[in-house]
Design a protein around this ligand. Sequence first.
Ligand code: NAD
Length: 351
Amino acid sequence: MKICVLPGDGIGPEITAQAVRVLQALDLKFEMEEALLGGCAVDATGNPYPEATQKLARQADAILLGAVGGPQWDSLPREKRPERGLLGIRKDLNLFANLRPAILYPELANASTLKSEIVAGLDILIIRELTGDIYFGQPRGVREENGERVGFNTMVYSESEIRRIGRVAFEAARKRDKRVCSVDKMNVLECTQLWRDVMVEVSKDYPDVALSHMLVDNAAMQLVKAPKQFDVMVTGNMFGDILSDEASMLTGSIGMLPSASLDENNKGLYEPSHGSAPDIAGKGIANPLATILSAAMLLRYTFGLEEAALRVEAAVKKVLAQGYRTGDIYERGTTKVGTQEMGDAVIAALA
Ligand code: NAD
């Protein structure tokens, strides 16, 4: 079980160090090796996704990433920017399925901008197709027509692309509450009528999972009106881009949200949903829980170690119940801790 660890920039090294300690504490004999990605890689090699990292990432079963980027690299040419490293590795490894859970622990209900009875106990999983749709479709561009500029993009999905993301959603639902809501815009877009038809076909292989459909405009509304009605939500690249950000904000605490991007063989890149937080980097105060929860997803989705994943997630719930909080989720009456102390508390709670 080979894990490539990419600490990255800003708070990345601080938070991945804690996730690595948690993985080591499980005593599961992982082989872990570190490499450079992002701004640190530009500084060392001139390339945000250097060859040595490519080699290691391709050989590994899973990749654990901190975050990349920072103001010191913002003025570099586009191909040298840290974010290019991130896009590069996603493309290189053909990571087509993006999984973003939005979980609101009851102890953190006050962090949400929504009323706590609407969101307390929220546990949904948004699955976004990541390599197709209007973001990649051809033809695209801006042309002259009848004396004015006309912009155009192409929404395109092949049956096989829909089928493979559908399977990811149904498999994930099997490990949860066994409900998939597929989001489309079939009343207007033929491409998404095909999406719906193929989802229905895929569902025949999963009789134990209930499939429902929702139009994207209604889904956006339902996510803020009654988000707890959802279990797994699956959708295309563009709708997923918008809905996954909407869903993550329901929880109000960016330091808590993990993510996974998977290929067809469940090889995956696991990272917190937040960025490199340069404003707090090096201070030892960043919240490592999103990265620790990303490590739990790694155990579940790449290695099929459900029990170990649940153990890590239960440990995170326990430290919250014990009242430990990093600054970003701190409330009066709780115990403020730093990054390392939070890692210590999770490891203690594993026992
Ligand atoms: P950000 O997510 O890094 O930070 C937003 C705010 O949230 C900041 O105030 C930060 O201190 C806080 N925050 C984020 N994570 C936290 C944590 N774990 N604990 C405590 N507080 C936390 O977003 P940004 O400021 O817009 O971007 C900063 C840099 O990160 C930019 O260079 C951006 O390009 C990059 N970025 C990288 C990724 C990635 O690596 N996947 C994603 C988003 C942004």
